[in-house]
Design a protein around this ligand. Structure first.
Ligand code: AHR
Length: 640
């Protein structure tokens, strides 16, 4: 292939092109990015008196545990408490333990900030809290005194001197058994937090945060996804119940099979987006939920006449985020919760996947939300969440398009945006991933082709598609791989960008492709001859120029089973006779069956990782390069 990179610039590449979609799925928030170590810390979203309500808690030496709402809770938002009853006769210490999110990482040198609320009418002795292994090794201890009949918050710190060899550790609470015999203590709102990303209070788990941040995402779509919508209207994600002290957040029944603490709330998400330099794309609830309504003719949708309170709620949310702290009540509340300066907010997404309820969306919901919010906040841009449609009034200018599919779909779709009308409307590819090798069952099970982890071949297919997004970034203004995170011990969706357990993480092939595309950004698309088309498959490419760094990038996906050589010609002279390459390809040189399905796993996290290299360029205007079978490569050349 003779491939010429011209100096002809076409579109400006928007700064928002690469990023992530976020929702609490697969314990991506609670038990994932949120640094909190104790699971079910405040008994939110559970039914008192049930065994399920004690999830992650276990008795120690015969204490009787139950979750109750029969005593007043720590706050009105948290009516449930842990009731700990001690038998009449006790030998030795007695208490209970929290097993964390399937384990707890104990790291020497870290300071763990702990707290809980406790009260007892009769027991006044000490409480000992510790971090210990399931085999009884204690790593750190704190003594808590002063318990009384009123709720009090007790705080403590753990500073383990040695690291635990594994994550089979628990948060352990005990009292002196003979002293406590026959008595009862109530506990509420526990917390145990290790150091967080950038030291933010109530912040993010460092390894996951650093991994996401190091891809330099530039958009952060939140809070869902299905998890915005709720199992019912009442269970939707309610922004005003996710702000302020964690004791004021009731939590909710999430859409992905576990209660959400909402410890990661609106302000935490906005701070996080700012910390990583990503632009927030805020999803607002649009009047429909996603529960199991299989016995109903259609999903219940808020009738037009009843929509106003939800529109008002969205307006209040936006005011809370953007208003001046001195002149707005909502802005003042934000300041009270620690953030005086308004946040930058440009994009509002109205709903999630409303193509499933198109009549009411086009009929009144889209119009009602966009016109009322637009009147109040005229600078905001709205993103519609339905299939491209001429039925929306007012017409959408931006639309969120989702695609999960097999590899071949993504390769074929590398050119889908080339013919998109240039009429001012733009795409946000708000969720996408290769999910399967099976075109007819791309959301099926592992035994029918669903991927457990992203594969090399899948990531190469995504890269082929991404060359098309970037080449057409005049009409694709943003994109978001989804889902981002997966706790290997409890999940409902594969594959995911990063997988982890209580101790470690693994970056997937798709993660590396996202990172390669995002970190190596041009400011303008460059025309190539020939252009990348169906005829040039299985080699897919896009060229760009960064006019700040004077680098020319050539991003290439080879989705085929053979190495392919390209004779590169430049319509410019490189100013350095060194180029650089970053490449992800199979570490196995001779083709072996299945080698392109290779994945990184928690057990083998570095099966396949990108390699960087530099090379000298013999002539300033040409270079030959071999793109290995099933690979993604980004070449960079310096050119004025
Ligand atoms: O990303 C997982 C789910 O897929 C999202 O919650 C939903 O928007 C989509 O259907």
């Amino acid at each position: 292939l003779d491939l010429r990179i011209t100096t002809n610039m076409t579109s400006v590449i928007p700064s928002t092109l690469y990023g992530y979609m976020w929702e609490d799925i697969n314990h991506s928030g609670d038990g994932g990015l949120y640094a909190e170590l104790l699971q079910n810390r405040a008994f939110q979203g559970v039914l008192p008196g049930t065994q399920n309500a004690l999830n992650a808690w276990q008795p120690y030496n015969g204490a009787r545990l139950s979750v109750t709402d029969k005593t007043s809770g720590v706050t009105s938002a948290l009516p449930n408490s842990l009731q700990v009853q001690f038998p009449k006769t006790v030998f030795g210490p007695i208490g209970f333990e929290n097993t964390g999110y399937w384990g707890i990482k104990v790291q020497a040198g870290w300071t763990y900030n702990g707290s809980f609320y406790a009260k007892s009418d009769t027991l006044t002795g000490c409480i000992t809290a510790s971090l210990r292994s399931t085999t009884g090794t204690t790593f750190a201890t704190a003594t808590i005194k002063g318990i009384s009949s009123e709720w009090q918050k007790f705080t403590f710190q753990f500073e383990p001197k040695t690291s635990a060899p594994d994550t089979n550790n628990v948060f352990h609470v005990e009292v002196n058994g003979p002293e406590a015999a026959g008595q009862t203590i109530y506990f509420g709102m526990f917390s145990l937090c290790p150091p967080t990303y950038l030291g933010r209070e109530n912040g993010m788990r460092i390894d996951l945060a650093e991994a996401l941040a190091s891809t330099r995402p530039s958009v952060w779509r939140f809070p869902g996804g299905n998890n915005l919508e709720g199992e019912s209207w009442a269970e939707r994600w309610k922004w005003n119940e996710t702000i302020g002290p964690i004791e004021n957040r009731p939590g909710r029944v999430g859409d992905w099979g576990y209660p959400n603490t909402d410890g990661l709330g609106l302000l935490e998400y906005l701070n996080w987006a700012e910390d990583i330099g990503a632009e927030p794309i805020l999803g607002i609830w649009s009047g429909t939920s996603i529960g199991n309504y299989s016995d109903l003719p259609t999903w219940p949708i808020v009738p037009e006449a009843d929509l106003q309170p939800y529109i008002d709620d969205a307006i209040n949310e936006i005011e809370f985020i953007t208003a001046d702290a001195n002149s707005s009540e909502w802005g003042a509340l934000r300041a009270k919760y620690g953030r005086v300066q308004p946040y930058q907010l440009r994009y509002i997404e109205v709903g999630n996947e409303d193509q499933f309820q198109p009549e009411s969306y086009a009929g009144y919901r889209w119009k009602a939300f966009t016109s009322a919010i637009g009147e109040r906040f005229p600078d905001l841009q709205f993103i519609a969440t339905t299939y491209p449609s001429t039925a929306l009034d007012p017409p959408y200018m931006k639309i969120d398009y989702h695609q999960y599919a097999d590899l071949t779909w993504f390769e074929n779709a590398a050119f889908m945006f080339d013919n998109y009308p240039r009429n001012g409307t733009q795409y946000f590819v708000g969720e996408y991933a290769v999910t399967s090798t099976n075109a007819s069952d791309y959301l099926g099970t592992l035994d029918t082709g669903r991927l457990a982890y992203p594969s090399l071949a899948g990531a190469a297919a995504e890269a082929a598609f991404m060359t098309g997004m970037e080449r057409n970034s005049d009409v694709v203004f943003a994109s978001a791989y989804a889902p981002s995170l997966q706790h290997i011990r409890s999940y409902s969706w594969t594959p995911d960008l990063i997988t982890y357990d209580a101790g470690g993480i693994v970056r997937s092939t798709s993660y590396y492709v996202q990172q390669m595309f995002s970190v190596n950004r041009g400011t303008h698309v460059l025309v190539t001859t020939p252009p990348s088309t169906n005829d040039t498959a299985p080699l897919y490419w896009v060229a760009s120029h960064n006019n700040e760094t004077n680098l020319v990038f050539l991003k290439v996906a080879n989705t085929g089973p053979d190495d392919l050589v390209a004779y590169l010609h430049f319509d410019f002279n490189v100013t350095s006779l060194f180029g650089t390459a970053v490449q992800i390809s199979s570490p196995v040189l001779s083709p072996l069956t299945g080698q392109f399905n290779i994945t990184n796993t928690l057990e083998e996290p570095e099966n396949i990782i990108p390699a960087s290299s530099s090379f000298s360029i013999p002539y300033p205007d040409r270079y030959n390069y071999t793109f290995p079978a099933t690979s993604v490569t980004i070449l960079a050349f310096e050119a004025a």
